[in-house]
Every structure is written in C-alpha cells, then in structure tokens.
Ligand binder design. Structure first.
Ligand SMILES: CC(C)(COP(=O)(O)OP(=O)(O)OC[C@H]1O[C@@H](n2cnc3c(N)ncnc32)[C@H](O)[C@@H]1OP(=O)(O)O)[C@@H](O)C(=O)NCCC(=O)NCCS
Length: 211
C-alpha cells in the first residue's frame, strides 16, 4: 500500500496520503465485507468512484491501525459528513485524481481537501472570496487554490449546509509559501479560528483544517 506521506501535526492531528496503484478488484479484496457492505457499494455506480471509495476507507483503516484504534467502518450523518463507527475520533477524507488522503484527531473536528491549481478555480474565485481576499490573492493561481481548499476544508470541518463561502469563511492573509495559515468560520452562534496546514504533493495542494 503506497502511503506517500504520513505525519502528525502540532495540534494532534494525524495525516496519511495514499497514491493509488492497485486495481479495483485488489482494493475491494482488501476491505472485509462487514466493513464494505453490498448496500454501500450499490450506491456507487462508476468504477472510478468505487476505487476512490475503497481507497478512502483503506487509508482511514491504515491510520486507525497505526493509532491502535479498531476500525469498524465509516457512516455518514444527515449532511453527508463521515464519522467512524464505534469510536469518538474525528476524521475527514479527500480524493482527487490518483490520491486519497485522510486525517484523524482524538476529539477536534477536522476538514481536508486536495486540489490542483486550475483555471476553473480562478474562474469561480469571485464566488468564494471576499473583496479583501481577492486583493490578497492577487490573481495568483496557487494562492487561489489554497484559498479554495482551505474554505472547502472549513466547510467539511463544519459539516453542515448553508455555508456561504465568501461570507461565513475567511482566510487571513498569508505568504505564498506558508505551511500554516489561519481561517475563520463565522456562522450562526459559531465564531472560531482554525489552523490550516498546507502540503505540496506533486502538482497538488493538500490542506488540513483543525483546532
Ligand atoms: C461535499 C464536498 C465538500 C466534497 O468535496 P469534493 O472536493 O467534491 O470531494 P473530496 O474528494 O475532497 O471529498 C469527498 C469527501 O467529502 C466528505 N464529505 C461529504 N459531505 C461532507 C460534509 N457535509 N461534511 C464533511 N465531509 C463531507 C465525504 O467523506 C467524501 O468522501 P466519501 O464520499 O468517500 O466518503 C463538496 O462537494 C461540496 O459540497 N462543497 C461545498 C460546495 C459549495 O457550497 N460551494 C460554494 C462555493 S462558492
């Protein structure tokens, strides 16, 4: 299993990144049937989506094993936010292209995202950035990607709908090569700052948000 990056952050969050090299059937065989149920699989029709689904469960299983946590599978709440069955550890998953990544923390909620800087992100930047952030991003594609992934991560950390990206989520100004930045989630009664860690993996930017 090609885990290409594994680390623990200063806030107690554990990360594992997996580059997918296995075939669909090899991956499926690695998941026991009590963890990957037929009902779950029946909801995912596209073979590539099934591969991503297998890998995200396997990377969480890998993290759980190395943390001595019994992995009993993942379920989702009413908003689609995943949680570990029978365990209080918090988690988040992202998959993109040939990579899958997961993070776990003993008690604080987490969110993560992995993206490649792209023109598509630039095109939609006015939808997810505030006026101040647009000025700070200075139309730099890599910075725009960090803003996008950081906000996706905060969205996943919060886990509920009705988040307005350019109003409820704010990323404090940062330097292009920063490894750690700060984001703010302000919605309803919540007004909290979160640490956001940044990794560059090949052409991709991986972002993890947590307390
Ligand atoms: C749900 C969403 C965050 C997924 O992000 P993505 O980049 O498409 O996909 P990723 O691979 O990074 O993440 C997928 C994982 O997110 C997780 N996820 C889905 N819904 C979630 C939620 N409400 N909270 C936390 N995590 C969630 C799942 O674990 C999923 O993996 P799985 O299906 O294998 O279990 C995204 O589709 C979304 O809805 N974003 C917000 C959209 C929005 O409001 N945009 C406005 C911009 S202006």
């Amino acid at each position: 299993m090609p885990v290409i990056l594994e680390k623990k952050y200063k806030n107690g969050c554990y990360l594992a990144v997996w580059k997918i090299a296995e075939s669909h059937d090899e991956l499926q065989a690695m998941l026991p049937s009590e963890i990957l149920t037929d009902a779950e699989l029946a909801n995912i029709h596209h073979p590539q989506k099934q591969i991503e689904f297998f890998c995200s469960r396997l990377v969480i299983k890998h993290l759980a094993n190395s943390l001595n946590i019994k992995y009993l599978g993942i379920k989702k709440d009413e908003f689609g936010k995943p949680y570990l069955v029978g365990c209080n550890w918090q988690m988040s998953i992202t998959h993109t292209s040939n990579y899958v990544a997961a993070v776990m923390h003993p008690n604080e909620p987490l969110g993560m995202d992995m993206e490649k800087p792209s023109e598509k992100i630039r095109r939609i930047s006015r939808k997810f950035l505030s006026e101040k952030e647009i000025i700070e991003a200075n139309d730099d594609l890599e910075k725009l990607c960090i803003y996008w992934s950081a906000k996706e991560s905060l969205y996943k950390l919060y886990g509920k709908r009705k988040v307005i990206f350019n109003k409820n989520l704010y990323i404090y100004a940062f330097q292009k090569n920063a490894k750690e930045i700060v984001g703010r989630l302000k919605i309803n009664e919540i007004d909290e700052n979160y640490l956001i860690f940044i990794e560059k993996i090949d052409d991709f930017i991986l972002v993890v948000a947590g307390k």
